[in-house]
Ligand binder design. Structure first.
Ligand code: C2E
Ligand code: CA
Ligand code: CA
Ligand code: CA
Length: 277
C-alpha cells in the first residue's frame, strides 16, 4: 500500500508538473501570438425575429497557432484568464472589433452593434473603463454600437460591477447578460444592473423540444420583457427551433441555422450583401 501511495504521489506531482509546463508553454506562445498577429476574430450575426434583418454581430476570438494549430476559445480563454494575458488580449479583441465596425461603415455596409465578450479578470482592472473609452475614441465608433457581453460571474462581484456598468452605460454602451440561466442567482443580478439584452444559453435552446425546456425559455422571455430587455436565443440550429422561439416571443436569434461565426470577408459576402445600401 505504501509503495502504491508513493507511486500515486509521484504520478500526481508529475501530472501537475506537466500541466504547469503546458500552461507555461501556452503562456509563452500566447504572448508571441499577440505580437505576431496570430489571433483573429470571427463574426457571428444576430437576426431580428420579426424581419430576419441583421441586428447585431458577436465577435469571437480565434487562434491559429504556428506551433499548436487551431486552439478553441474554450481552451484559450481560461489560460488567458489565469495568466492575466486576457487583459492585453481582451483589449486587442475590443480594438479589432471596433476597427472592423468602422471599416464596414466606411464601405457602406449596414451599421449594427458589435458585441464583445468581457471576462471577469478584465473587470478587476481598475482602468477598464478608461481602456474602453480610449478604444472608442481612437477608433471613432459611436458607443451605442458597442455591446459588452458579461456573465453572471461578473455580476456576482456586485459592488464593483454596479459602478463599472453604470459608468459604461452612461457612455451609451449596451450590456448583454451572456449564458443566462447557467450561473447562480440569475434573477438577483438581472434586477440590479441596467442590462439591455439577456442571452438564453444554448443549453436551453437545445431543450426546446421538451415541455420543460419550452417552459423555461418562455419564462426567461417573459422575465426579460417585463424588465424591458430584448431576449436573444443562442445556439439556434434548426428551423423548428426558429418557429418555436418565434412563437414564444423571442426577439433575436443567433446560431448555426443562420450563420456560423465567420471571418469578416465571409460575413460581407454571405450575409451583408443582401443589405448593402
Ligand atoms: P459564448 O460567448 O457563449 O459564445 C457563443 C459560442 O457558441 C461560440 O463558441 C459560438 O461559436 C458558439 N455557437 C454559436 N452558434 C452556435 C450553434 O448554433 N450551435 C452551437 N453548438 N454553438 C454555437 P466559441 O467561438 O468557440 O467561443 C466559446 C466561448 O469562448 C464563448 O462563449 C466565450 O465565452 C469565450 N470567448 C470567445 N471569444 C472571446 C473573447 O474575445 N473574449 C472572451 N473573454 N471570451 C471569449
Ligand atoms: Ca458571448
Ligand atoms: Ca453565450
Ligand atoms: Ca459561454
Amino acid at each position: 500500500a505504501k509503495k502504491q501511495g508513493r507511486n500515486t504521489i509521484r504520478l500526481y506531482s508529475s501530472t501537475i508538473e506537466a500541466l504547469t509546463q503546458n500552461h507555461l508553454k501556452m503562456e509563452v506562445l500566447m504572448r508571441k501570438a499577440l505580437h505576431e498577429n496570430e489571433f483573429t476574430l470571427h463574426y457571428q450575426p444576430q437576426f431580428r425575429a420579426d424581419t430576419e434583418e441583421v441586428c447585431g454581430i458577436e465577435a469571437l476570438i480565434r487562434w491559429n497557432s504556428k506551433e499548436l494549430g487551431m486552439i478553441a476559445p474554450d481552451r484559450l480563454i481560461p489560460i488567458a484568464e489565469e495568466t492575466g494575458l486576457i487583459v492585453p488580449i481582451g483589449r486587442w479583441v475590443l480594438e479589432e472589433a471596433c476597427k472592423q465596425l468602422k471599416v464596414w461603415e466606411r464601405n457602406g455596409f449596414p451599421v449594427v452593434p458589435i458585441s464583445v465578450n468581457l471576462s471577469l479578470r478584465q473587470f478587476f482592472q481598475s482602468d477598464l473603463c478608461e481602456m474602453i473609452e480610449k478604444v472608442i475614441e481612437d477608433t471613432g465608433i459611436q458607443p451605442k454600437y458597442l455591446t459588452l457581453e458579461i456573465t453572471e460571474t461578473i455580476a456576482m462581484q456586485e459592488e464593483m460591477a454596479i459602478g463599472v456598468l453604470d459608468r459604461l452605460k452612461r457612455l451609451g454602451i449596451k450590456i448583454a447578460m451572456d449564458d443566462f440561466g447557467t450561473g447562480y442567482s440569475s434573477l438577483k443580478y438581472l434586477q440590479s444592473f441596467s442590462i439591455d439584452h439577456v442571452k438564453i444559453d444554448k443549453a436551453f435552446t437545445n431543450r426546446l423540444n421538451s415541455k420543460e425546456g419550452r417552459a423555461i425559455i418562455s419564462t426567461i422571455i417573459a422575465l426579460g420583457h417585463n424588465l424591458d430587455m430584448k431576449v436573444v436565443a443562442e445556439g439556434v440550429e434548426t428551423p423548428d427551433q426558429v418557429s418555436a422561439l418565434r412563437e414564444l416571443g423571442c426577439d433575436i436569434f443567433q446560431g448555426y441555422y443562420f450563420s456560423r461565426p465567420v471571418p469578416a470577408k465571409e460575413l460581407e459576402s454571405k450575409v451583408f450583401y443582401q443589405y448593402r445600401q
